[in-house]
Design a protein around this ligand. Structure first.
Ligand code: NAG
Ligand code: NAG
Ligand code: NAG
Ligand code: NAG
Length: 494
């Protein structure tokens, strides 16, 4: 009987200890998920989320402004008073005088913002030329006094438009009151649409697009995947990047397969030429990934993991840019880039032999074979190129810079606008609450994971000036020279 009682006490004691630990755990975790202020938001964060939100953009811990969702699935009007409308407001509430004084300079690729907006430098952007973009655009975004309105023209593939708009809403939360009034036309397809030769002497339509190329005036803008791509199980960039960083540590370069690897939809562009390069002898492995839609590139989380187990990865554009470039580049493997026509907003900052190995499309298989043999012979150098490429992505393409790029691009665009936009009759106001509250599953998780919860405590990085035309010319010709040198090497052999 006595032993029964002591046992019982013992168990009780254990029970209390466990309960105590559990409480501490819960409290800490709660702290993380629902930092402050509004109790109403609790139920939402709770149901939404089982893992802590990783949001390395740093704010002071004091005040955060989580989304307040209505209790049931009523469609809710966008609230007007639950988020600071200017950074100054916020500073006063915080009473922090520590707000940044040392403003760092943005990465060099930001200089392309000036080049991309150059066509409108002289005459500015008028309502007339923006309106002209309606036929090509997928949607139009109007920002007026910090609020966002959308007019849709065409249906986007999957959730491209949705996550793009979400990204801009987060930008507004990061830098409230800092963006000017804006009127923006967005393309959401794969291809650029504002053909330069259609506008000789005329004034082109300013059209934002996920990529650009030399034959078009389209203005490259960060694609939706930075906020996540739930259909493909691709997480928001910030989370993804962190996972890749850890993944890279686990697969040492020397232990990776000494092959060049490519997987994708070979029906696009000139990729069928890649199929011919498939050969164990030339250490090249090419895999076909048929997409549910024949003309699309699909990328899955598992592909990202697979590709990082090879020493060399191949990037080849399809119909136009392919969004997997940044994932390929973050692997620590040396990236072999088949000279592309399209670029993303950041990729013009990449340098051959520093960040990647250039591949000549007209001698595709030989070039790849040579690169692999070179890398397997000069391992240190090959590793170095792989590392530098990853470093570029990890450091110059971190989420903070994505927002800063958008901020500067849109601010510069705003300076060129000659009119104050009005809200088109078919446009509806959209806010983070409207986009996130009534979603489910991954979409909901991705959105809450990428939600900006408080205004930035620091200013955006400072925009570097435009390239001097002479220097830009030199930069581009140096790039070409390096690629030619590599071709020369191929001719000579190892
Ligand atoms: C849900 O919405 C309806 C009307 O839209 C309202 O009458 C009802 O009270 C709401 N339910 C809760 C639990 O708030
Ligand atoms: C802000 O901080 C200063 C000292 O740092 C203090 O004198 C002032 O009263 C504070 N203002 C508010 C509104 O709390
Ligand atoms: C651009 O327009 C010109 C002239 O109309 C045409 O020859 C060319 O193929 C077009 N380019 C693209 C990429 O569509
Ligand atoms: C390339 O070769 C490998 C085996 O060496 C094979 O498994 C794969 O299916 C081939 N890829 C294509 C696209 O034929």
């Amino acid at each position: 009987m006595r032993s029964y009682i002591t046992n019982k006490r013992k168990y009780l004691l254990y029970f209390y200890i466990l309960l105590f630990i559990g409480c501490i755990y819960l409290v800490r975790r709660y702290d993380h998920i629902v930092p402050t202020t509004n109790r109403k938001s609790l139920d939402l964060s709770r149901s939404n989320n089982n893992s802590p939100i990783t949001n390395p953009i740093k704010f002071t811990k004091k005040a955060e402004f989580p989304l307040i969702c209505p209790p049931n699935k009523t469609t809710q009007k966008c609230p007007t008073n639950n988020y600071p409308t200017t950074i100054n407001d916020y500073d006063e509430k915080q009473n922090s005088s520590s707000s940044s004084s040392s403003i760092e300079s943005c990465p060099d690729y930001f200089r392309w913002i000036h080049e991309d907006l150059n066509p409108w430098k002289v005459k500015g952007i008028t309502e007339e030329i923006v309106e002209e973009g309606k036929n090509e655009a997928f949607f139009r975004i109007i920002i007026l006094d910090g609020r966002l309105y959308v007019e849709k023209y065409q249906k986007s593939y999957k959730k491209r438009d949705d996550f793009t708009i979400w990204g801009i809403l987060q930008l507004l939360r990061l830098y409230p009151g800092k963006l000017p009034d804006l009127d923006l036309m967005f393309g959401s397809g794969d291809k650029t649409v504002i053909n330069k030769s259609d506008y000789e002497g005329d004034y082109p339509v300013p059209m934002f697009q996920y990529s650009g190329d030399d034959e078009h005036f389209d203005i490259p803008f960060p694609d939706w995947s930075f906020w996540g791509w739930p259909e493909s199980n691709i997480k928001p960039w910030e989370v993804q990047l962190e996972e890749m960083k850890n993944g890279n540590k686990n697969v040492k370069w020397e232990k990776r397969k000494p092959f060049a690897y490519w997987k994708g939809n070979s029906k696009l562009g000139n990729r069928k030429n890649l199929l011919k390069c498939n050969s164990t002898r030339s250490k090249t492995q090419i895999f076909e990934q048929l997409s549910t839609l024949e003309d699309r590139d699909d990328l899955k989380q598992s592909d990202i993991d697979d590709q990082c187990t090879f020493r060399y990865n191949i990037y080849m554009e399809g119909k136009a840019w392919s969004m997997n470039e940044k994932y390929l580049h973050a692997c620590d493997s040396m990236l072999l880039i088949v000279e592309p026509k399209s670029y993303e907003f950041f990729s013009r900052g990449l340098l051959p032999l520093t960040h990647y190995w250039p591949i000549n499309p007209s001698k595709l298989c030989e070039s790849i074979k040579f690169a692999v043999n070179w890398g397997n012979k000069y391992r240190d150098q090959a590793q170095e190129i792989g590392k530098e490429g990853s470093k570029f992505i990890m450091e110059e393409l971190k989420m903070r810079y994505i927002y800063d790029y958008m901020y500067h691009l849109l601010s510069e665009y705003g300076k060129l606008m000659k009119y104050r936009p009005s809200i088109p009759s078919n446009a509806i106001e959209i806010c983070s609450e409207a986009m996130a509250c009534n979603t489910i599953g991954k979409e909901k998780k991705w959105k809450f994971d990428s939600l900006i919860k408080a205004p930035s405590q620091t200013s955006p990085c400072s925009l570097p000036s435009a390239y001097h035309p002479q220097i830009l010319k030199k930069f581009l010709s140096t790039k070409q020279e390096i690629s030619r040198d590599v071709e020369g090497l191929e001719g000579v052999g190892l």
